[in-house]
Design a protein. Structure first.
Length: 108
């Protein structure tokens, strides 16, 4: 490979790394919301997959059906995680132009 070609490749790699860092910052700040059962449970998760808030309708808790509350909470958290992962995948697609590059999926 000619020296110019190697230089261009390194320049492209640095540019992609810069875009990746910017994307990671955007994703970390972003939040997704999942709600279930007409809003009885709402979960907000950020791009780092950290739960930011959980809201449970007091009337739902007042039913005394702990198992139903636990099940709905679990499914809502899983739905929020799924949304966050989709958001991360879309961001990755924007950075890589749709290329599937080994090891980069671990960055999000």
């Amino acid at each position: 490979m000619a020296d110019g070609g190697m230089f261009d490749m390194m320049k492209q790699a640095r540019e992609m790394q810069k875009r990746m860092t910017q994307a990671q910052k955007r994703v970390a700040k972003a939040e997704v919301t999942a709600a279930a059962d007409d809003g009885r449970v709402t979960v907000i998760i950020n791009g780092k997959l950290q739960v930011k808030s959980i809201t449970i309708d007091p009337a739902f808790v007042a039913t005394g059906n702990v198992r139903a509350v636990q099940d709905l909470l679990t499914s809502t958290i899983n739905a929020a995680i799924g949304k966050a992962q989709e958001m991360m995948a879309e961001e990755m697609k924007q950075v890589t132009g749709g290329l599937k590059l080994p090891g980069l999926s671990d960055l999000f």
